[in-house]
Design a protein around this ligand. Structure first.
Ligand SMILES: [Zn+2]
Ligand SMILES: [Zn+2]
Length: 263
């Protein structure tokens, strides 16, 4: 049964009770590599050595700084025999950024990156031999980070739009009508204009424009449910689910789905 585990749901500031936003599909497709990615995998019972596909959305530290840790752990601990190949889906220029990070983090230890990974710069195609196809699309976020989202289509017909980090944008609106689930960031509160992020009012508006779709909020600026510190959860309509760390999405054969809250 296809599933998506949300191993983190916080923005770059890792609000109280939230790790950085991180989604894992079917146990081996990872979207981004936040600084504590290996910690987040382990605490949910997964291992860096089982990741076969890594999809990058953009070049901000809360999405990429865990890459050297992941590669180092694979090389020396979790994938020593290199039995599990890793395909990396990224924009042109990304290989240099990620290689530079590895050289900065662990000089001399990860020079063999090219033997450990397959770099894939295609904008769409199959996610290896999995049941998923992907389509990468540009979003509205800091342009220096070459920001993108991913439309992920399961062989059952189920469609998930992962918007990466982005404010409202035409490319999201263009794909949203076909999506069953829209995973959207809510990186900032309603305290001003932030074109590169969704605010609660923007998420509500997205939901109103797409009543057919379930909106899942991640990369949340507010503290986890029940925490007294920091920003409190904004109140949003019931059609919108503010994910918590450890939540998962389970998808059934008929294309229906359920959000499982583990806490
Ligand atoms: Zn971010
Ligand atoms: Zn970002």
């Amino acid at each position: 049964m296809p599933r998506v585990d949300f191993l983190g749901t916080g923005n770059a500031f890792s609000p109280h009770g939230r790790m950085h936003a991180l989604a894992l599909i079917d146990g081996d497709i990872l979207i981004d590599a936040p600084p504590t990615v290996i910690t987040q995998l382990k605490r949910s019972g997964y291992s860096s050595g089982q990741i076969r596909h890594l999809l990058f959305t953009h070049w901000h530290g809360d999405h990429i700084f865990g890459f050297p840790f992941m590669m180092l752990e694979r090389k020396f601990v979790t994938n020593r025999e290199m039995e599990v190949g890793l395909e990396i889906y990224l924009r042109p220029g990304g290989k240099e950024i990620l290689s530079g990070l590895c050289e900065t983090g662990f000089p001399g230890s990860l020079e063999s990156l090219d033997t450990m990974v397959n770099w894939n710069e295609e904008e769409d195609g199959d996610v290896g031999d999995t049941d998923w196809k992907f389509n990468r699309f540009p979003v509205n976020h800091n342009p220096e980070t070459d920001p993108h989202g991913y439309e992920l289509i399961h062989s059952s017909g189920f469609r998930m739009l992962h918007c990466g980090d982005s404010g409202p944008c035409p490319e999201i609106d263009r794909r949203a009508p076909k999506a069953d689930v829209i995973v959207v960031e809510m990186g900032v509160p309603d305290i001003g204009d932030f074109p590169h992020h969704h605010r609660p009012s923007d998420v509500i508006s997205l939901s109103e424009r797409n009543p057919h779709a379930k909106i899942l909020v991640t990369h949340n600026y507010s503290s986890a449910k029940g925490r007294q510190e920091g920003f409190q959860n904004p109140s949003l309509p019931e059609t919108i689910c503010q994910l918590e760390d450890f939540d998962s999405l389970e998808i059934f054969e008929d294309g229906s789905f359920e959000i499982i809250n583990k806490i």
